[in-house]
Design a protein around this ligand. Structure first.
Ligand SMILES: CC(C)(COP(=O)(O)OP(=O)(O)OC[C@H]1O[C@@H](n2cnc3c(N)ncnc32)[C@H](O)[C@@H]1OP(=O)(O)O)[C@@H](O)C(=O)NCCC(=O)NCCS
Length: 175
């Protein structure tokens, strides 16, 4: 079912991304990630090929204040993946990140998805607390080590690029 624009508390509107949002967001994300150079992780393709499972949030002045980009796995049946979620530093701890995630979870649940995964840096304490608050568990298994207090895979993406692998089961949509 297609969803149109919706208004959230605090006059934040959520809508599907369009390609023009890429240029508006890519210049901001390094600042949102506390100066970490994450913009290469957000190429334009996310705003071309994954808009049906992604969302952006705008404030009352039409400024972009949040986004989530993810997809239904082409290879892992029943699984979806969140690539990035971010909210503007001026709009944090008001439930916006949770709302964006819930929209994504609803998108994929209605496509039959029962498991959602995401990875993050073990040193990103905000992201780890956020994912745990949303019901995600850090994968523990062969190869994980306790890094910064969280089970994580050393060198997961490249030498020195350690990652926590989070996952959460989804219940089928009601009705
Ligand atoms: C992580 C992030 C998306 C959270 O966005 P947000 O809009 O602040 O999230 P919410 O307000 O919906 O938080 C939901 C819950 O998550 C937890 N949480 C969120 N940020 C937290 C933080 N920095 N420290 C501790 N707990 C946190 C809290 O339990 C919170 O509920 P509460 O405020 O009622 O206590 C945001 O901080 C951000 O963009 N960080 C930089 C980018 C990033 O690291 N993204 C995630 C990795 S891709």
């Amino acid at each position: 079912m297609a969803r149109g624009p919706m208004t959230e508390p605090g006059e934040i509107r959520l809508r599907r991304p369009v390609e023009a949002d890429h240029a508006r967001l890519v210049g901001q994300v390094d600042e949102w990630w506390s100066g970490r150079k994450v913009h290469p992780l957000l190429p334009r393709l996310w705003f071309q090929h994954f808009t049906g499972t992604s969302w952006v949030a705008e404030d009352e002045s039409d400024r972009l204040v949040g986004f989530i980009v993810g997809f239904v796995s082409p290879d892992r049946p029943g699984e979806a993946y969140v690539h990035m979620v971010g909210t503007s530093p001026g709009h944090r701890r008001r439930g916006l990140g949770r709302t964006l995630y819930e929209r994504f979870l609803a998108d994929v649940a209605e496509r039959g998805i029962r498991r959602v995964t995401s990875v993050t840096w073990p040193g990103n304490r905000g992201s780890i607390a956020f994912h745990r608050a949303l019901g995600f568990d850090a994968e523990v298994g062969p190869g994980t080590q306790n890094l910064y207090g969280t089970p994580a895979y050393p060198d997961y993406d490249a030498d020195g690029d350690d990652r926590v692998v989070f996952s959460r089961e989804l219940r089928p949509p009601a009705g």
